[in-house]
Design a protein around this ligand. Structure first.
Ligand SMILES: [Cu+2]
Length: 173
């Protein structure tokens, strides 16, 4: 019963650094619903998937999701993965690779971009970002952002997983 309900979450797959390129493939996901799950597979190099904001594509978002760097051995048999449980889709979610220069090279990713806040605009802002700011850690200057966040650390991931289970339990009753 519970398993049937869990299966209603949609699973999305994104490849990071496919064919040694500085890309997320695909670079956008649309129609992602709360409760859906996005799994990033790191295919090359040493990338990250790090949550940012629309206006600052190459800055880590405070308390945003962050895989950290995911180095991939040249002869890797099992590629590293990072999973995000999307727990709020009231606004688009924005991400970049935190490796120096990669964001500026266009290594950015979006969930549910809109016409107003499009992937193309996000990408253009990323490409104009100054490199010096690429790895700036959280400055506590803008706590007023809306809280449309994907989960961040493992504790929060567990928490949102439990939240999903809880929702599923309610839906199944
Ligand atoms: Cu990268």
């Amino acid at each position: 019963m519970a398993l049937v309900c869990v299966a209603s979450a949609t699973l999305f797959n994104v490849t990071v650094g496919k064919d040694d390129a500085l890309t997320f493939d695909p670079s956008t996901l649309n129609d992602v619903q709360t409760g859906d799950i996005v799994t990033f597979t790191f295919a090359s190099n040493n990338h990250s998937v790090t949550q940012s904001t629309f206006s600052k594509p190459c800055h880590r978002r405070i308390r945003g999701a962050d895989s950290g760097f995911m180095p991939v051995d040249l002869d890797a048999i099992k590629l590293p993965q990072f999973t995000i449980h999307v727990d709020n889709t009231s606004a688009p979610l924005w991400f970049f690779c935190a490796q120096a220069g990669h964001c500026q090279a266009g290594m950015v990713f979006a969930i549910n971009p809109t016409e107003d806040r499009s992937f193309d605009d996000f990408l253009a802002t990323a490409q104009k970002s100054t490199l010096a700011n690429a790895t700036t850690s959280a400055s506590l200057s803008s706590p007023t952002q809306s809280t449309s966040r994907a989960s961040s650390n493992s504790t929060e991931r567990v928490a949102s997983f439990l939240a999903i289970l809880f929702l599923v339990a309610i839906l199944c009753l």
